[in-house]
Design a binder for this molecule. Sequence first.
Ligand code: ADE
Length: 991
Amino acid sequence: RYTSTLTNSTFFPVLLLFLSSPLQWDAITEMDEHNRPIHTFQVCHVMEPNQNNWLRSNWIFRQAAQKVYVELRFTLRDCNSIPWVSGTCKETFNLFYYETDESHGVKFKPSQYTKIDTIAADESFTQMDLGDRILKLNTEVREVGPISRKGLYLAFQDIGACIALVSVRVYYKKCPFTLRNLASFPDTVPRVDSSSLVEVRGACVEHAEERDTPKLYCGADGDWLVPLGKCVCSVGYEEMDGACFACRPGFYKAFTGNIKCSKCPPHSFSYGEGAAVCNCEKAFYRAERDPPTMACTRPPSPPRNVVFNLNDTCLQLEWSPPSDMGGRRDLTYNVLCKRCGPEPDQCQLCGEELRFVPRPQGLTNTTVTVMDFSAHANYTFEIESLNGVSKMINYPRSVAAITVSTDQGGPFMVGMLKKDWASQNSIALSWLEPEQISLLVVDYEVKYYEKEHEELSYSSTRTKAPSVIITGLKPSTCYVFSLRTRTSAGHSAYSPKYEYETTDDTSDMASDQGQVLVIVTAAVGGFTLLIILTLFFLITGRCQWYIKSKMSSDDKRRTNYQNGHALPYPGVKTYVDPDTYEDPTQAVHEFAKEIDPTRIRIERVIGAGEFGEVCSGRLRTLGKREIAVAIKTLKGGYVERQRRDFLREASIMGQFDDPNIIRLEGVVTRSKEAGCGQALIPVTSLTGLTDLVVLCAVISGRPVMIVVEYMENGSLDSFLRKHDGHFTVIQLVGMLRGIASGVRYLSDMGYVHRDLAARNILVNSNLVCKVSDFGLSRVLEDDPEAAYTTTGGKIPIRWTAPEAISYRKFSSASDAWSYGIVMWEVMSYGERPYWEMSNQDVILSIEEGYRLPAPMGCPVVLHQLMLHCWQKERSQRPKFTDVVSFLDKLIRNPSSLLALVEDIQGLAESPGEVVDYHVFISIGDWLDSIKMSQYKSSFVAAGFSTLDSVAQMSIEDVRRIGVVLIGHQRRIVSSIQTLRLQLLHDNGFHV
Ligand code: ADE
């Protein structure tokens, strides 16, 4: 009846025999409560004393068991339910065993048996149970062992009870055959000593191999415990449902491990099943060190647009990279030189006398300089592009050739370089175009430098016309100029040198005498006209104000003033300096809307400015909508000058209308005067601003406020510090693009910010960055970073261009320098520029040429842009319009952001190596490559065991697995971003 449901137990067949005679145990078949027959052994001699009735089993072969379990099911009669048996009736029986190596047949000697236990019933039955046919079945299990003989007998001794033995099960426990971690483990019998485990070594399944010896431990209860080690599918096989299956055609698996078969990389195939590698298509190859995961590639196409620049001593060859890189990034160039006679077939390889800088072979840049060539000779240079698979084929080579005649003189040369005029900062030059030139002139290059500084560093400018105006020069300074021509065949030699001097202030005036005369004449005439008009207005009672203050903003705009200079683009809307208004209040009202204070509800204080608190609140618009605003307040007890300085910012901001410039909603300037003599007046009574009393400083006198759009994420520096490492590079570039676009707008308006820094950029809930904090000198007073310079100005040294620090030359170019610093702040998540260096050290190190290094995880292109912004020569810095279009290109083509400065540094250590995530096969390799090997076990323990799974990780995941150091988090996250882009790119996605 007992078929086992326990998989980890083996049952023995048990046969019970009657032993003593007369037959005191009876074999009786009864019916259970469901009327099914049950075969039992029964005994019930409860009335007679001194009972000793035995029942014995057959000989049970022990097999592998060291310990056996005996399970008895029986019923037992309650003695109290039988009358007159109190002296003789028992409620227990005894269980015995006897170990032997062989069967003894029917021989039975009780003295040979060892008692296992006295068995009592949990529940005994009564007469009533019998009548109701209730079967009160007991189950008892006893352990027998250790057993060392081949088998054993069991025996049951009745000493006067009323028993029905319903079943006897004898079994031993084992750990059953199992498959774990691609290894099989055989049936295993546990040790008798239940506290020690049996160590079992597994055997790898078919097409799998051991990674670490697979082991399981068999516990006393037949359970497998503590899995260790594992097998992994061999190359060409992948794991599925605990077995290893061959990769399908078109797929491969190059490494052992429990990774899936991958699709053959581009330009490769596998026809059969179980491919370890995919073969390259025709005309595609794999270099020796290419991993099988990499696409098959081909040699590059030839270089393009080879040109040369020639002067007396140097021949510079330049070319563009091939249009087809062959799918690889390990591009190099070799240059081969041939010297040719008058006929094209009279060429022979150039001798050793020619020098190539840096070298003729293995070039990674697209230029080489050739020196020590002979004059009056014809050279042919073959520039060959090569990559890692070029040597797989002999032909065709990817070569572009150019022929250079070193015999070029006069025809390229231009005539005399003539000074047309000079002023304090500029010199205009012109020259005659070269004659007898068969090639088209591409442009001219004018090279110049201060005579005093010799030719150590020079500037140059290109022009297509035979004239140029060189600006940005120092007054009363002698400059040396020379000129060369560029044709499609390259550059000519430089012309002789010409020296011209800029004028000083007085000579400027002298040279402008003619103009002065005209102006004076006009002024006298104008003044006369003015007097006539004034008299006219006085007479007609209309003149109420000074002419200057009456001048409309349109007039001012037309005048296009900035720092006393006319601006270059008449007609374009330009910024008007509020200081040109005699009454600054008029400027405020010209550019800012007056807001009725009852439309404002102040909610919270969010910061403090130089003039008073900054609060957040709501503004009811005229369309009855409520918008979130920030309200800058002017502290009570202000003097008129403070009020004017405070409102200056509104007069400036009100002129701007750009999505990346903080928007001015309006100002409160005209609310009612508070009562005299009261130091603290509840503003409610003045303005109806109920919350203002509690939240913002109580204002005495007229409350004055500037109301601007609310930016939910506050200032950019603290926002980035709070979210260190949270953003993708594209998101950061998006922020930089917004800032650059805002500053482009300002510079187009002719406004120079002077204090661009992440702390002065505000961020809204959509991560849109907007430039804020306007007001020139006021801003700098307000800025805790601004320090006094030796010339007495207050300047935020770390953010300011050297010329602005030394001689207060603020311009859009100095804003470009500051923008570069903002870029650095953004890419380093709000780190302090130049860290803890003192201001003085910053100035000195900038002067010596030191520039901030790339923040960790910063794409090369962005650091290059920063360095471009930090050019000493301000005219060389990029214009904001170029910055915006450059960043737009990066956003459109994010793969250009893949190369990180760290990668490039790594490359410099091992030239010719390309950082390609394909080659990082395991997580371990990847972590090694970014020097984060210490986290291998954390990644694997958290289940991130494939690059694909790592590519999905967020910064939270990185933190969760135990990377606590911010720098490490940042390094890992930025590498994950790169990895993600690379995987997307490889899968043909365009981000
Ligand atoms: N802090 C200063 N100005 C702010 C604004 N406009 N929004 C949010 N916080 C600010």
